[in-house]
Design a protein around this ligand. Structure first.
Ligand code: HGY
Ligand code: MN
Ligand code: MN
Ligand code: MN
Length: 428
C-alpha cells in the first residue's frame, strides 16, 4: 500500500481506532468476573460467546472461517497464489481469572483490524493471509499453557495427555470441548497438527506485559526470542490433626512443608545469578483449609522461566532436591512431583524480524529489539513456521490484572506495523 510518491504507506493507511476500542470493550463484556476485570476460561459459556463474536467479525471481513477439532479458529483471506504457504497472525482471547482486556485480545482484534486496513487500502495478497484465534493460551482450566498452538505444533505427548486430563471439577477435556460444541474423538486430536509448509511466516501482535517500552518511550518492540517456560505440580501429605491437641514434635505439617518449598523456589531462582531467571508459586492450596486443623495435604503449582534453558533446568533440579529434602526432614510424603511442561525458548526468524523492522521504518516508528519474558502462542508456532512478534507498550507493564491498559495510539501503531509486515511477506 505505498502512497502515490512510492514512499511509505499512503495517508489513508489509518486504523479505525474507535472501532477497535469498541470491539475490545464488547469482547471484555464476555466475562465471568465484574468489570474492569476479565475472566474467560477455555470452553466456558463466556469463551463460547467470545468465539462467536470473533467469528462474526471474520465473516464481516469476508474471510473464510474454519475451526479445527479443539476450536482453534482460522480466518483466511485467499491470495492470488493460494497454493503458497500463507502469512499468518493471531493470538488468544482467553483470560486468566480477574485479569485485563488487552492480553491476547490486541493480537486477535488488532490482527482483524490490520486485515480490514489492508482491504481498505486496496491491497491484494499473493500469499493468503490468515488470522488465527488460538483455542486457549492460558493454563487456567487444565494446567496446559498454549494448548491450541502446542497441539498445532504436533506435540504427541499433549495429544496423549488430553485423553485423560480433567479440570478441578473433574470434567474431562473431551467433555469440556463437547460442551462448547467441539465434539471430537481421540483421532481428531492428530488432525490439529499443522503441516510445516502451511505458513511461510507467523507474526503475533501483543502487549509487552513489561515496563520497558513505556519507560523508554518507544512505540514498537521487535521480539527476537521468547523465554523458556516451565511449570511444576507438587503435593505433600501429612497426618494433619487437631491444631491445639497435637504437640509440635508429633506433627508432620503439609502446609509448612509447602511454605518451605515455596521459599526454596525463590532461593534457587536467586542462586542462578542471572536477572533473567524468574520463579513463583502461583497456586498454593491447603487441605482441609480450616484454621484449627493441621494441613494434611498441600498442593503447589510452580512457574519457573529463563531465557537460558539449561539455567532454568538447573533450578528445576534443585527444586526437586529441596522437595525430597523437606519431605524427609518433616516426615511428610512427597505424593507428587510432576513437571507439567519444560519448554525450550524460541528464536524469531531473521526474515520476519527484517520485515517487521522494514515496516517500522516505513512508518517512521522507533522500535527496540527485545526478548519476551512472557510466553505466547508464538513459542509453539515457531516450531512449524518462521516466527516473529510485535510488542506495543502497556501501562506500567501491568498485565494479568484489571489495570492492564494499552492506548488507542499504541494499538494503532502495532496494527499498522503488523499490516505492513504481513503485506510485505505476502508479496514475497
Ligand atoms: O504466562 C504467560 O507468560 C502468558 O502471558 N500466559
Ligand atoms: Mn497471559
Ligand atoms: Mn497473552
Ligand atoms: Mn502469553
Amino acid at each position: 500500500p505505498a502512497s502515490d510518491d512510492g514512499e511509505g504507506p499512503s495517508s489513508d493507511f489509518h486504523v479505525d481506532s474507535e472501532g477497535l476500542q469498541r470491539q475490545i470493550d464488547e469482547l471484555a463484556s464476555f466475562s465471568d468476573s465484574p468489570a474492569p476485570s476479565v475472566t474467560r476460561v477455555l470452553y466456558t459459556d463466556k469463551d463460547v460467546q467470545a468465539r462467536r463474536y470473533i467469528k462474526g467479525i471474520m465473516n464481516q471481513l469476508g474471510l473464510v472461517v474454519r475451526e479445527d477439532a479443539v476450536g482453534n479458529i482460522f480466518g483466511r483471506w485467499e491470495g492470488s497464489e493460494p497454493g503458497l504457504g500463507a502469512v499468518a497472525t493471531g493470538s488468544h482471547v482467553d483470560a486468566i481469572p480477574f485479569s485485563g482486556k488487552f492480553d491476547g485480545v490486541v493480537g486477535v482484534l488488532g490482527a482483524l483490524e490490520a486485515i480490514s486496513l489492508l482491504k481498505r487500502s486496496a491491497f491484494l495478497p499473493k500469499r493468503s493471509l490468515e488470522v488465527i484465534m488460538f483455542t486457549s493460551e492460558e493454563p487456567t482450566r487444565f494446567g496446559i499453557s498454549c494448548l491450541g498452538s502446542r497441539l498445532m505444533a504436533g506435540i504427541e505427548e499433549l495429544a496423549q495427555s488430553l485423553r485423560k486430563v480433567v479440570d478441578n471439577q473433574n470434567v474431562s477435556f473431551l467433555d469440556a470441548a463437547e460442551s462448547a460444541g467441539y465434539k471430537l474423538n481421540l483421532e481428531d486430536l492428530h488432525s490439529v497438527f499443522l503441516k510445516t509448509d502451511k505458513y511461510s511466516a507467523f507474526i503475533e501482535l501483543h502487549i509487552e506485559q513489561g515496563p520497558i517500552l513505556e519507560k523508554e518511550g518507544i512505540p514498537i518492540g521487535i521480539v527476537t526470542a521468547i523465554a523458556a517456560p516451565a511449570s511444576l505440580k507438587v503435593d505433600f501429605e501429612g497426618n494433619g490433626g487437631h491444631a491445639g491437641a497435637v504437640l509440635m514434635p508429633a506433627r508432620n505439617d503439609a502446609g509448612l512443608a509447602a511454605a518451605e518449598l515455596a521459599l526454596a523456589v525463590e532461593k534457587h531462582v536467586l542462586e542462578s545469578g542471572s536477572i533473567d531467571t524468574v520463579g513463583t508459586v502461583g497456586i498454593l492450596q491447603l487441605h482441609p483449609g480450616a484454621i484449627n486443623s493441621i494441613p494434611s495435604k498441600s498442593h503447589l503449582e510452580i512457574d519457573v522461566r529463563d531465557i537460558d534453558e539449561k539455567r532454568r533446568n538447573d533450578v528445576i533440579e534443585k527444586i526437586r532436591q529441596s522437595a525430597a529434602h523437606i519431605s524427609k526432614n518433616r516426615g511428610v510424603e512427597l505424593s507428587e512431583f510432576k513437571i507439567i511442561n519444560q519448554d525450550p525458548p524460541a528464536l524469531s526468524d531473521k526474515s520476519v524480524v527484517d520485515a517487521m523492522e522494514f515496516a517500522a521504518k516505513q512508518l517512521n516508528l522507533a522500535y527496540k529489539k527485545m526478548i519476551s519474558r512472557a510466553y505466547h502462542d508464538s513459542l509453539f508456532m515457531a516450531r512449524v513456521s518462521p516466527m516473529g512478534m510485535i510488542f506495543i507498550p502497556c501501562y506500567k507493564g501491568y498485565s494479568h490484572k484489571p489495570e492492564e491498559y494499552a492506548s488507542p495510539e499504541d494499538m494503532a501503531n502495532g496494527v499498522k506495523v503488523l499490516a505492513l509486515t504481513m503485506a510485505t511477506l505476502s508479496l514475497e
